[in-house]
Design a protein around this ligand. Structure first.
Ligand code: KIV
Ligand code: NA
Length: 266
């Protein structure tokens, strides 16, 4: 399999071809995802909920992330590996650099950090030191307590404009990718057009450059209520391999996400 790089994703954005990302937490999932057409693997701190059984991502540590990144890295067949900075791991600049270094040494190609413009100095320092970053905007689960729950973000003009500014400032600071979670479709489209770097969406409508889902959600394994933006790709597939391939082709051919998976401003 060909090795996917940040250049691959930039070229896909330029050509208008959509790309896909799925989470993986171990070697078997990494092999499944990367062998069936997904360009990016996210070692998400969602592992705190789906692997460890916590009720939020707040308890996840940098050591947990390093362990799972190593596991995923061994099973990966050429996908770009993106690892999450967990809660408070990027609270201070110097500490961020050391935590990102640990994830890169565990096999990550790019590090995802939750937060807006306050992270610009950190992003600049990381970029200067050769560590690519993806900035996660919108619903940032690590700050769920501050947000007052898992709610759609950027619904009013003020917060929408602020998010567009955050995106542009982070791009200027050196961010390589953006990820938008649970934002109105229209706002995600505006942000995707406003920046030159690729934008990945989850619950952000069909117009971002890439789409991401949690592997257990798209395989229909998640217990309890399933969020609006999730589709169970096992329903019409005979195997996990076929489900991943269906997700990839549905994204590339603009069948997923549909209007029923999106959020809209009032
Ligand atoms: O941790 C995670 O799985 C994520 C995705 C939901 C984007 O951050
Ligand atoms: Na995450």
């Amino acid at each position: 399999m060909t090795q996917i790089t940040l250049h691959t994703l930039a070229a896909l954005k330029q050509s208008g071809e959509k790309f896909t990302c799925l989470t993986a937490y171990d070697a078997t999932q990494a092999n499944l995802v990367s062998s069936n057409g997904t360009e990016v693997i996210l070692i998400g701190d969602s592992l705190g909920m789906v692997c460890q059984g916590h009720s939020s991502t707040v308890p996840v540590t940098i050591d947990d992330m390093v362990y799972h990144t190593r596991c995923v890295s061994r099973g990966n067949q050429g996908a770009l590996l993106m690892a999450d900075m967990p809660f408070m791991a990027s609270a201070m600049e110097e500490q961020s650099i050391m935590n990102c270094a640990a994830l890169m040494q565990a096999g990550a190609d790019i590090i995802k950090l939750e937060g807006g413009r306050w992270l610009c100095p950190t992003v600049k320092k990381l970029s200067e030191r050769g560590i690519p970053t993806c900035l996660h905007l919108g619903l940032t689960p690590q700050t769920v307590s501050m947000l007052g729950g898992y709610k759609v973000q950027g619904k009013d003009t003020g917060s929408a404009n602020r998010m567009i500014e955050d995106a542009c400032l982070l791009e200027q600071a050196g961010a390589n990718l953006l990820l938008l979670e649970c934002v109105p479709t229209q706002l995600a489209r505006e942000i995707t057009m406003a920046v030159n770097i690729p934008v990945i969406g989850i619950g952000a409508g069909p117009d971002t450059d890439g789409q991401v889902l949690v592997i257990y959600d798209m395989l229909g394994m998640t217990a309890g209520r399933r969020p609006r933006f999730v589709k169970n790709f096992m329903t019409d597939s005979g195997s996990p391999q076929a489900a991943v391939a269906a997700f990839v082709s549905d994204v590339k051919e603009n069948r997923f996400p549909g209007p029923e998976h999106g959020f809209y401003s009032e």
